[in-house]
Design a protein around this ligand. Structure first.
Ligand code: NAD
Ligand code: LMR
Length: 323
């Protein structure tokens, strides 16, 4: 049976990169038919229809239908997976929380539509910034959606960390495993390599990685660096990472490997409950679980607390924007 996948903001630049990836099977596998639901706002209706025309023209064998609409109820009806990209991106010189007032109100409004019209077990991934706080607002205004089903994208940061290690150590990116992004998808995130490994067949052994300082700031600032270079925020890497996030959540993480996902904190690693915080997770049977028992040194603890504190501040700022 076809899986219904909602992409909001589908006429935007991430949407344009993401929908063909989904239609080709990059998100749910090469044998899973999909029906795409694409939502945007009325000023973008023409462009949205153009994306629909291109999807038809591409004749994707797995694509069993396309709903392109500016009606949020029609967009959310019966969806099994919701990828929430709709919103406004930051421009050069802005921090992600600078787009807060424009974007959190969208997430409050769309929470109710998802709660009432999506499939009861719908999995939600929030991409639009500030991603963690938008996801939290969506969760709080859709109380009947299980907290476990609402996540935000930090897989892009996770993949950026893998990419930086591969470049710096001159190893294949596929041989690098188990980096962690802790906390907020912002410049306070903590890319942690204390538990990461590189395994190369040539060496036939697993090495622990030691990288600090400039590696951390490069990953933290990568979104800003892309905006500076492109004059637009990241799109193909964001779309690809959103596919990875849902792929692993639905189909599972390989044995011995974890990924980073922004999920509702239950107090693990002494992170305050009630935040959407990025943790290392493994996935099995469509459920994520936080990797337990990792040793946290003093340096890491300070960084993990700093990014949690920023999320607590963002939460109160979000509520003041909604008041
Ligand atoms: P974009 O401006 O190209 O596209 C956004 C689309 O959202 C536009 O088509 C716009 O019309 C639409 N939109 C606005 N309000 C909407 C609403 N209420 N309902 C539905 N659609 C709506 O932006 P983009 O480059 O595609 O980025 C989208 C978001 O993703 C931004 O907030 C950006 O900062 C964020 N982002 C997050 C990550 C991440 O890793 N979490 C990475 C890159 C970008
Ligand atoms: C990114 O990390 O590329 C996005 O969140 C866009 C941004 O504002 O940095």
């Amino acid at each position: 049976m076809a899986v219904r996948v909602l992409v909001t903001g589908a006429a935007g630049q991430i949407g344009y990169a993401l929908v063909p990836m989904i239609a080709r099977g990059a998100m749910l596998g090469p044998n899973q038919p999909v029906i795409l639901h694409m939502l945007d706002i009325p000023p973008s209706a023409g462009a949205l229809n153009g994306v629909k025309m291109e999807l038809i023209d591409a004749a994707f064998p797995l694509l069993k239908g396309v709903v392109a609409t500016t009606d949020v109820v029609e967009a959310c009806s019966g969806v099994n997976i919701a990828i929430m990209v709709g919103g406004f991106p930051r421009k050069e010189g802005m921090e992600r929380k600078d787009v807060m007032s424009k974007n959190v109100s969208i997430y409050k409004a769309q929470a109710s539509a998802l709660e009432q019209h999506a499939a009861p077990d719908c999995k939600v991934l929030v991409v639009a910034n500030p991603a963690n706080t938008n996801a939290l607002i969506l969760k709080e205004f859709a109380p009947s959606i299980p907290a476990k089903n609402i996540t935000c994208l930090t897989r892009l940061d996770h993949n950026r960390a893998l990419g930086q290690i591969s470049e710096r150590l001159n190893v294949q990116v596929s041989d690098v495993k188990n980096v962690i992004i802790w906390g907020n998808h912002s410049s306070t995130q903590y890319p942690d390599v204390n538990h990461a490994t590189v395994t190369t067949k040539g060496w036939r052994k697993t090495m622990c990685i030691r990288l600090h300082g400039e590696f951390i700031t490069t990953v933290q600032q990568r979104g800003a660096a892309i905006i500076k270079a492109r004059k637009l925020s990241s799109a193909l890497s964001a779309a690809s990472s959103a596919c990875d996030h849902i792929h692993d959540w639905v189909l599972g993480t390989p044995k011995g490997t974890w990924v980073s996902m922004g999920v509702y904190s239950d107090g693990a690693y002494d992170i305050p409950p009630g935040l959407i915080y990025s943790f290392p997770v493994t996935c099995e049977n469509g459920e994520w679980s936080i990797v337990q028992g990792l040793k946290i040194d003093k340096f890491s603890r300070e960084k993990m607390t700093a990014t949690a504190n920023e999320l607590t501040e963002e939460k109160s700022l979000a509520y003041s924007c909604l008041a």
